[in-house]
Ligand binder design. Structure first.
Ligand code: GLA
Length: 388
């Protein structure tokens, strides 16, 4: 909380320096995901939570149609206008402009504005800093111009901004978690109906420790889009025999065996992992209800192994980090988290063991990969809101 107050004071000061007095400051957090990976675009379940690291936006109205942006952490400016919206050719402005574009296309009337963005979500670490930028923008514009858009619709606009404007065909998990996060709770989200339930995530005896591989393999976004296509191909084959199957959510292991096991083995492996994973999230939720974190943790390892061997979205660094803790009795569960090809692993660790585990793992990681390991203990926090 201390740190958050510091960022909102700092961003206010920076806004003032660049643009004068701001109208409001909004915060939108990064996310973790306990279990259920790549299930969102297959219409399955996910179990994410918002964290105590966030992106902030200070924003104010202008009297013209101009959009003036400043990224506080990078010290970079970008200027455009509502009429001239196009890809910036840079990275960060597109997440903001994409949301503006979606709002405009949906018929909402905006005016020019100034905005500063900055925060403490590590960039490129798989904690969804980009979704946080989209959600902070949607929320801030909605407040600033009194658009009356509800939170679910803001999530959908944010996802579309990333799909259309940025060109990454992500599912809905990251934006949903950022917007709807709740302190000390995980969100059980049904990505088909968008129905959701908050489940208490008790952290009296455990900590959530993230290990940042520090790598982001260049395959990440192209392979992500390929996985989507592979799953769709599997669905279209199953659909011929079972017309009610519209997504892998509607299929089960028996259907996958029957329709896909004799065909293209890549498609088979992707789909087999996916139907198992969709089921695993539901079973893992029962573990939480039964306060059985040991069983929950075993499922995290199973998810990792499937992501690594069947879905093939892991990387040597993430596999190595999971293997380093696998037989450690202080670690209840661990797995790669997010889209894959780098980013963080998530570890459920017995309280008190965090420091030693982080130090030991960092040493092994240095020896094996010649890389410095960054580690973060994260707390589960509230979703997007106005802070000032
Ligand atoms: C990325 C995407 C999400 C989700 C995860 C994998 O974070 O943005 O929509 O698909 O990968 O679970």
């Amino acid at each position: 909380m201390q740190h958050n107050t510091m960022i909102s004071e700092e961003i206010g000061r920076i806004y003032n320096e660049h643009f004068g007095a701001q109208d409001l400051i909004v915060r939108s957090p990064g996310r973790i995901n306990l279990i259920g990976e790549h299930t969102d675009y297959n219409m399955g379940f996910v179990l994410p939570a918002a964290i105590d690291k966030a992106i902030y936006m200070a924003i104010g109205k202008r009297n013209d149609q101009q959009i003036h942006l400043y990224a506080g952490d990078l010290g970079e400016s970008y200027e455009t206008s509502l009429q001239g919206l196009k890809k910036s050719g840079r990275h960060w402005p597109d997440y903001i402009l994409g949301v503006v574009d979606e709002f405009t296309k949906a018929g909402y009337t905006l005016n020019g504005f100034n905005a500063v963005v900055m925060g403490d979500v590590p960039l490129g670490a798989g904690l969804s800093s980009s979704a946080a930028v989209e959600c902070v923008t949607a929320f801030a514009l909605n407040e600033l111009f009194g658009l009356g858009i509800d939170k679910k619709a803001m999530v959908q606009f944010s996802q579309r901004a990333e799909n259309e404007f940025v060109g990454m065909k992500c599912g809905i998990m990251d934006q949903f978690a950022s917007m709807f996060g709740k302190k000390e709770h995980v969100i059980r989200l049904d990505c088909r109906s968008l129905e959701y339930a908050y489940m208490p995530f008790e952290t009296t005896d455990i900590s959530i420790l993230l290990f940042d591989t520090g790598v982001k393999h260049s395959l990440a976004s192209s392979e992500y889009n390929t996985r989507r296509l592979e799953c769709e191909e599997g669905v279209s084959i199953i659909h011929q025999k079972y017309p009610s199957v519209q997504s892998l959510r509607d299929a089960d292991a028996a259907m996958v065996e029957e329709c896909l096991s004799q065909g293209n083995q890549t498609i088979y492996r992707r789909c087999r992992f996916m139907v198992d994973e969709i089921q695993r999230v539901q079973d893992a939720c029962n573990d939480l209800v039964n306060h059985d974190l040991a069983s929950f943790g075993k499922k995290m390892y199973a998810t990792h192994d499937g992501l690594s061997k069947m879905y093939e979205v892991s990387c040597p660094e993430a596999d190595g980090l999971v293997d380093m803790v696998r037989n450690n009795s202080n670690v209840l569960g661990a797995r790669m988290m997010g889209g894959g090809f780098g980013g963080c692993t998530i570890n459920i660790v017995k309280k008190g063991a965090e420091k030693e585990l982080a130090e030991n793992t960092a040493e092994q990681y240095r020896k094996r990969f010649n890389l410095e390991l960054k580690t973060y203990v994260v707390a589960i926090d509230n979703g997007t809101s106005v802070v000032a």
